[in-house]
Write a protein that binds this ligand. Structure first.
Ligand code: FEC
Length: 318
């Protein structure tokens, strides 16, 4: 019988329905309830997109990943004999990360790989997920190998380059050479710069690698989805970037959200509604790259990352 290897696949989490938005928002705010106005604003955003697909997509990725990891053919290639079980843990909704680690322990998992569904590392984003997972895993004596970042996985870069080419084809042929790509990711408070956080650099490296693979020459980077917390957040914001580009004569933009991997609120509202409205107001043609979601080639890329990290676990027959 081969070893049972756990994979703790983590994502942000999303409320299951409108009634859950207040509890979800309160969790994001570390226990502080939002004001009525803040709540109404968030509920309005979820209603506008017909609810987020984040939870459903995350479970679909986990299922596809488990099937791929246990694929006999792939096993034969690296000569290993493994039995992977993929578990989903959410940062801000059920099943919460700590509860999932309890489930893993109950199933007898002794070794696991911990991975977050966002490609770049920040101490404030991925670092928090991994810390929560490690604290609980330590209580159960589970050996955990962390995946810190995976933006540079070749399969992911190539996958995104294909999405860029696919989206470029949606512009008129005569406009295609004039399209400017704008890569985006979630903003974070500026204070992360004081820690020499790798997040901004990794975002630029991701954008550069995808641009090179897709043959894009004019590209920019902008942040999106900053919260109003009273402190400065990283910029420029994508809406400001659109204004700046328009002023310099650009009329066609391709937005590629490289900090996110699924069709959730920050993509479906902040880009598809808010940025699209801004582009319309500026008389610009805006397209967005398709999200990776549970696309087979994307799951394959994630699977490679997990296999590589699983090989570092003790007791693993590699
Ligand atoms: O589809 C959904 O239902 C969930 C979409 C969602 C994703 C997401 C990803 C990231 N966030 C990151 C950082 C912050 C920080 C704060 C913050 C606040 C919110 C709020 C909502 C929300 N985030 Fe989020 N985020 C998503 C949703 N996020 C809703 C609260 C309302 C608002 O501000 O719009 C500020 C917290 C505070 O108030 O102190 C910081 C980062 C990511 C990307 C990495 C990841 O996926 O974990 C970084 C998806």
């Amino acid at each position: 019988m081969s070893d049972l290897t756990g994979v703790l696949l983590m994502a942000y989490g999303s409320p299951d329905n409108i009634e859950d938005v207040e509890a979800y928002y309160t969790h994001i705010r570390r226990g502080r309830k939002p004001s009525e106005e803040q709540l109404a604003d968030l509920v309005g955003r979820y209603e506008k997109i017909g609810g987020s697909q984040l939870n459903r997509i995350t479970f679909a990725v986990a299922e596809a990943m488990q099937a791929r990891l246990n694929d006999g053919e792939a096993d034969a290639q690296d000569g290993s004999e493994r039995n992977f079980r993929v578990y989903v843990g959410m940062k801000h909704w059920h099943p919460y990360i700590a509860d999932t680690v309890d489930t893993m322990a109950g199933d007898g998992v002794k070794r696991a790989v911990a991975m977050v569904l966002t490609p770049q590392y920040s101490k404030m984003s991925v670092g928090e997920y991994l810390r929560t997972a490690r604290e609980r895993a330590t209580e159960h004596g589970i050996e955990l190998i962390d995946v810190h970042q995976w933006w540079d996985e070749r399969g992911y870069i190539d996958f995104m380059a294909d999405r860029v080419k696919e989206a470029l084809a949606r512009f008129n042929e005569s406009d295609r050479s004039q399209v400017h790509a704008v890569f985006t990711a979630h903003s974070l408070p500026e204070r992360i710069l004081q820690w020499d956080d790798p997040y901004p650099k990794q975002l630029l490296q991701t954008s550069e690698a995808i641009s090179a693979a897709a043959g894009v020459h004019s590209w920019h980077f902008a942040y999106q989805s900053a919260s109003h917390t009273g402190e400065p957040w990283l910029g420029p914001d994508v809406l400001e970037k659109l204004e700046e580009l328009r002023k310099s004569g650009v009329r066609s933009v391709l937005v590629c959200p490289v900090g996110f991997v699924s069709d959730h609120l920050e993509v479906r509202y902040d880009i598809d509604v808010e940025a699209a409205e801004k582009a319309k107001e500026l008389d610009m043609h805006l397209e967005r790259t398709a999200s990776p979601n549970d696309h087979a080639a994307f799951v394959d890329a994630l699977t490679h990352v997990v296999r590589r990290h699983a090989a570092q676990l003790t007791g693993q027959r590699a």
